[in-house]
Design a protein around this ligand. Structure first.
Ligand code: NAD
Length: 509
């Protein structure tokens, strides 16, 4: 992962500069290309995870603001959808160019708003720009279909954009995740109303503002801030919105499905995870340990595909866990803008309390708690944590079954291949799985047997944009990535043309 090319001091100065614009006026919605306050005039306060200071006021949207944004998206849809794919491609590349030019501003803002560290966020805008470029390149062929010839007919399919769609995103890596949803929607010809998470509103504004500055037509991308139960719910219920792409908790997904039912919303859900990493005794244990550490302690452990349950073969359990513990204790916690920090403060006091509560839960259940080193200079009112490792755990403990979503790893022993698969699948989630083994056949066998949408063998989560992304069970519905994204944002039509050779039944005497 790229580090920042800027020093800690430069990042702090940039932070002051970039955040200053958010302190004078409440952060507005962006509707039809214009900053707008809420119709109700309501705002809410956004706080720093670093020291609890007020960062600024945010306009709090509800049904009236969603209606205005949906109307803007509806009005923009006809022109954007009929814009040639090659032109959409060029505009979306312009958006990517400008995101790259503003990458440092976006990274600094994301660090301060979410507590994620610069070590990872320096790549956020670049990853976002890469998402825009990847889907931009597919825009000219997005409507292409299949040729499915039959004996007497030529069948062919075409695809067309659904219409205005809603995108609802969470607070973990919010910028990158938003681009992952919004870029394919725009490339397909849809227009978008984006409801970002209330705990991390700023970079959603920067994304929409950048898109407008780069020449995206007015109304093609609108942002309404606010809470899930008001702005989010209204978006899922609005009749002009044809689909909801949602990333967040499993319980919220089920609420959205119910809210969207009366208007028959198409939904795509990327939800929670409690992903197993299975480490067999014939694996390259140093690489496996580094990957486990990376997947749970990067991004503050606030990562849906994190390696939150490590299943280790009994014969190497003690040695492997000791190796992980030793490395974990050297993972630096520090200010998010310090390029040397890996773990920063957690997003919100409520989330901090939840993550920390698992220390007591682990002890009460009989697991052993090993803690890493915190940050000695951590401001008192921030949501700081040290990394944690729970050993001697069983899969039926809460620390093994519940998504903690922090820098907290649960290590569980297993006996053999069948036992590993049984434990891996004994969970309500099915997002990702990881297998470490020196036996190629076993790697494939176990990957097939894990009930999850994505499995990596001898690797951490290394994404390839054309591949499908998504989960099974409580981890989601549907896939995106590559052409899967277009399938979601587009309607497929079959056209059947007779060769005038078939007989037509005559129903009369
Ligand atoms: P959340 O479900 O609390 O909130 C996500 C978004 O939904 C927010 O914008 C929120 O305002 C909105 N929302 C809440 N209630 C709503 C409602 N009734 N109607 C419409 N919108 C509503 O999730 P979170 O706590 O922000 O994010 C963390 C969760 O996201 C974790 O469970 C994590 O695993 C998951 N996640 C999954 C993936 C994936 O790809 N599977 C990726 C990232 C995060």
């Amino acid at each position: 992962m790229a580090g920042s090319s800027h020093t800690y001091e430069e990042n702090l100065t940039a932070g002051d500069t970039h955040m200053a614009r958010f302190t004078d006026e409440p952060l507005p919605h962006l509707i039809a290309g214009e900053p707008r306050p809420s119709v109700s005039g309501k705002t809410f306060t956004n706080y720093s995870p670093i020291d609890g200071a007020e960062l600024g006021e945010i306009c709090s949207g509800d049904a009236a603001d969603i209606a205005a944004a949906a109307e803007a998206a509806e009005e923009a849809f006809g022109a954007w959808n009929s814009t040639p794919g090659t032109t959409r491609k060029a505009i979306l590349h312009d958006v990517a160019d400008l995101l790259e030019a503003r990458a440092h501003q976006i990274a600094v803002t994301e660090c301060i708003d979410t507590g994620q560290t610069m070590r990872f966020m320096s790549a956020a805008a670049l990853r976002g720009a890469a998402n825009f470029r990847f889907f931009a390149d597919q825009a000219p062929s997005a409507a292409d279909g299949l040729s499915l010839p039959a004996a007497d007919h030529v069948n062919y399919t075409t695809r067309s954009a659904l219409g205005p769609v809603g995108v609802i995103t969470p607070w973990n890596t919010p910028f990158m995740l938003s681009t992952w949803k919004i870029a394919p929607a725009l490339a397909a010809g849809c227009t978008v109303v984006h409801k970002p998470a209330e705990w991390s509103p700023y970079t959603a504004h920067l994304l929409a503002e950048t898109a407008v500055d780069a020449g995206l037509p007015i109304g093609a991308l609108n942002v309404v801030h606010g809470f899930g139960e008001s702005a989010g719910k209204s978006l899922t219920e609005h009749p002009a919105i044809k689909a909801i792409a949602f990333v967040g908790e499993s319980s919220t997904g089920s609420m959205i499905q119910a809210q969207g039912a009366p208007t028959l919303k198409r939904v795509h859900f990327e939800l929670g995870g409690k992903n197993p990493v299975i480490v067999f005794d014939d694996a390259d244990l140093d690489r496996a340990a580094d990957a486990v550490i990376f997947m749970i302690y990067s991004l503050n452990g606030e990562r849906c595909t994190s390696s939150s349950r490590v299943l280790v073969q009994e014969s190497i359990y003690d040695a492997f866990v000791e190796k992980v513990a030793e490395k974990m204790k050297r993972v630096p916690v520090g200010h998010p803008l310090d390029p040397a920090s890996v773990i920063g403060p957690l997003i919100h006091p409520r989330h901090h309390e939840k993550v920390c509560s698992y220390r007591d839960i682990a002890e009460a259940d009989g697991a052993t708690v090993i803690e890493g080193t915190g940050w000695a200079d951590a401001p008192a009112d921030g949501q700081w944590v040290a990394p944690m490792l729970f050993t001697n755990a069983r899969n039926d403990m809460r620390i093994a079954q519940e998504e903690i979503f922090g820098p907290v790893l649960t290590a569980i022993p297993f006996t053999d291949e069948a036992d590993a698969i049984k434990i891996a699948n004994d969970i309500e989630y099915g997002l990702a799985g990881y297998v470490w083994t020196g036996d190629v056949g076993r790697g494939h066998r176990v990957a097939h047997a894990i009930d999850a949408g994505m499995v990596w063998i001898n690797s951490q989560n290394v994404r390839h944009l054309p591949t499908p992304f998504g989960g099974t069970k409580a981890s989601g519905i549907g896939r995106d990535g590559g052409d899967w994204s277009f399938d979601f944002y587009m309607e497929t039509k079959n056209i059947s043309v007779a060769l005038d050779t078939h007989s037509i039944p005559k129903l009369y005497n």
